[in-house]
Design a protein around this ligand. Structure first.
Ligand code: NI
Length: 226
């Protein structure tokens, strides 16, 4: 499932985040890349221990915690601390798949990357190029979203970032280990959860809805790994 989640950040958070990113000390993005991806990665990244990065991480984590669509789609067990990147002056990131497991930068635990997210901090008209291109069984998806919006997709997907030929593309990206590792199961649960919410809005809590809600939770119970 490739999902566009609008307005993850408030206007105030976005303005504050953009201010912090504009004053940040950037480093070479290859510092978090695996061997294959390091060869095709040309961008800038915020070192994770930096004070600015910590402040931005806390802001994004708080935004994710209150977002019910993110919860429903990712079913997060562990969210890897969000990272921040910048593409400018022709920088790009060629085709790659993200590392399957990563060491948590603050407690050293292993995090399996089931779900990938990119949260945009630049408006689409502030830069040329910079599309995130994600490949799945249905073909190529080109993603360039308004600032404050996020895309969520399975971390198993081959993807790339097209060269940024004008302006700068600022974004946050991060991975989530899900309680449900299989994308097909997560997609089924997400579709079901969304349909149940819409039915509840339209008809209230009918007897059928109680049954459907029970089935949702029993499927989640069957598949969740904690
Ligand atoms: Ni990637």
């Amino acid at each position: 499932m490739l999902l566009h989640i609008p307005n993850v950040l408030t206007q105030e958070e976005l303005a504050h985040g953009r201010r912090l990113l504009s004053q940040a000390d950037w480093a070479d993005g290859r510092l978090t890349a695996g061997t294959q991806s390091a060869q095709v990665k040309r961008n800038l990244q915020l070192p994770q221990q930096q004070q600015t990065a910590r402040e931005l991480q806390a802001m994004v984590e708080a935004a994710l915690k209150r977002n019910s669509q993110f919860f429903s789609a990712a079913l997060p067990k562990t969210v890897f601390p969000p990272l921040f990147n910048c593409y400018q002056g022709g920088m790009d990131f060629g085709n790659h798949v993200d590392n399957a497991v990563r060491s948590h930068p603050f407690d050293g635990s292993w995090v399996r990357t089931d779900v990938s997210c990119t949260l945009f901090f630049s408006q689409p008209d502030e830069y040329d190029g910079g599309e995130l291109v994600v490949e799945d069984a249905y073909g190529l998806h080109s993603v360039k979203l308004p600032a404050g919006d996020m895309v969520l997709y399975p971390a198993t997907s081959l993807h790339r970032v097209e060269p940024v030929t004008r302006g700068a593309r600022l974004a946050s990206f991060f991975w989530t280990q899900s309680m449900v590792r299989d994308d097909a199961r997560r997609t089924l649960l997400f579709d079901m959860d969304m349909a149940i919410s819409r039915l509840r809005q339209q008809h209230g809590d009918t007897e059928e809805l109680v049954t459907l809600t029970a089935s949702y939770h029993n499927l989640l119970r069957m598949w969740a790994e904690l």
